[in-house]
Write a protein that binds this ligand. Structure first.
Ligand SMILES: Cc1ncc(COP(=O)(O)O)c(C=O)c1O
Length: 365
């Protein structure tokens, strides 16, 4: 049996093209490193940060989302800690939560840890997102929440304003909560927050991993109406706050966002265009969603008969290009696609598209 692909990839970290976890290695601003280095030199890490996060971070985060009134933000060790605390605080045995499949499955697992049920709507067919009708069909008296990952990991689909409003109407009518996971919001062409329609029923899950390139820093946030803040604070897993250097970097990143975000997103869009041009030339392979509103998309290989695991393995172990099999993000249709993220330097994308057609031909035969 092959070794763990992540052990292999981390051993060869610098040689690998990291297209497997939607991480972001594109340029942002040197000010982030400057301020982190300054914080290191001041030994800022000797102290615990304030439990609400370093002073000013929460405020810039809320301002970035246009939510200056009525909302509180909890700074967490990644979005993944935000969803853990949130599910613990809000769910109990017998509840159910409606979400899509494909999805970011670790949140589904957290729901199940609360002995609540996941109701997964198969969205791997047009329009590649949950429809209002499908959600309505799933709602019953035990439904507690809708998990809306918007834009969606892995497909890159997003919900337009009318769709967000219609989903929020269900939340209101059925007396539900909504988790609006906006991890990829900054990559979207257009995006509507559910706080616009149901502010008092919304939990926004925020990550610094993808937009700011901070995956290894482990920093995220949970934004909620002030009235719910005490309940959520009780369930935080780390009352001593999150890594202070990460917070210094995150605050700098948000304060300078207008200086770097557009260029970064433009490079990501160029990268996805390059991959699309390559995919179009390969028989039986297509992109369910293009352009993607995230920093990744699915490449459908269902028509080739190739297993996504085999394709992942061959790309990694023979070419040092790390993509992810769809089986990681989908129970129902994971055999049909690989997930490829493109916030890597352009030469990495070029390496991927140079080899992809031949690798597929080799596996086909
Ligand atoms: C939709 C979604 N939510 C949350 C996370 C977790 O993000 P973080 O790195 O901030 O824990 C991810 C990571 O890929 C994700 O795709």
């Amino acid at each position: 049996m092959r070794e763990d692909p992540f052990v292999y990839a981390h051993e060869k970290e610098k040689e690998i093209v990291w297209m497997s976890q939607n991480t972001n290695q594109l340029e942002t601003t040197p000010k982030i490193n400057e301020n982190i280095i300054e914080a290191v030199e001041e030994n800022k890490y000797n102290l615990y940060p304030h439990k609400q996060g370093i002073l000013g971070l929460k405020e810039v985060l809320l301002k970035d989302l246009g939510l200056t009134e009525g909302f509180d933000a909890l700074i967490t060790n990644g979005a993944i800690e935000a969803t853990y605390g949130l599910t613990r605080a809000m769910l109990e045995s017998g509840d159910n939560v409606i979400a899509s499949d494909p999805s970011f499955m670790p949140i589904h697992h957290q729901v199940e840890l609360c002995s609540a049920e996941m109701r997964e709507i198969d969205v791997y067919e047009p329009p590649y997102k949950m429809t209002v009708e499908e959600i309505k069909e799933q709602v019953d008296e035990n439904t507690e929440m809708i998990l809306l990952i918007d834009p969606l990991n892995p497909l890159g689909s997003t919900y337009d304003r009318e769709e967000v409003k219609a989903i929020c109407d269900i939340v209101e009518d059925e007396d539900l909560w909504i988790i609006d996971d906006i991890t990829y919001r900054d990559f979207a062409f257009d995006h509507t927050l559910t706080t616009e329609f149901v502010p008092e029923r919304t939990f926004l899950v925020y990550s610094f991993s993808k937009n700011c390139g901070f995956a290894g820093m482990r920093l995220g946030g949970l934004i909620m109406p002030n009235e719910l803040s005490d309940r959520l604070h009780k369930y935080r897993t780390n009352v001593l706050s999150a890594n202070v250097l990460a917070q210094v970097g995150a605050k700098t990143a948000l304060e300078t966002k207008d200086q770097w975000l557009d260029d970064m997103v433009e490079q990501a869009r160029k990268n996805q265009r390059l991959i699309k041009e390559c995919v179009e030339e390969i028989d039986d392979v297509f992109l369910p969603i293009y352009p993607s509103n995230t920093n990744m998309f699915a490449i459908d290989i269902g028509g080739t008969g190739i297993s996504p695991e085999n394709l992942q393995e061959k790309l990694l172990y023979e070419h040092d290009v790390f993509v992810r099999s769809g089986t990681y993000v989908s129970k129902s249709s994971g055999e049909d696609f690989i997930r490829v993220s493109f916030t890597v330097p352009e030469e990495g994308v070029r390496r991927f598209i140079d080899i992809l057609p031949d690798v597929i031909e080799e596996l086909r035969s």
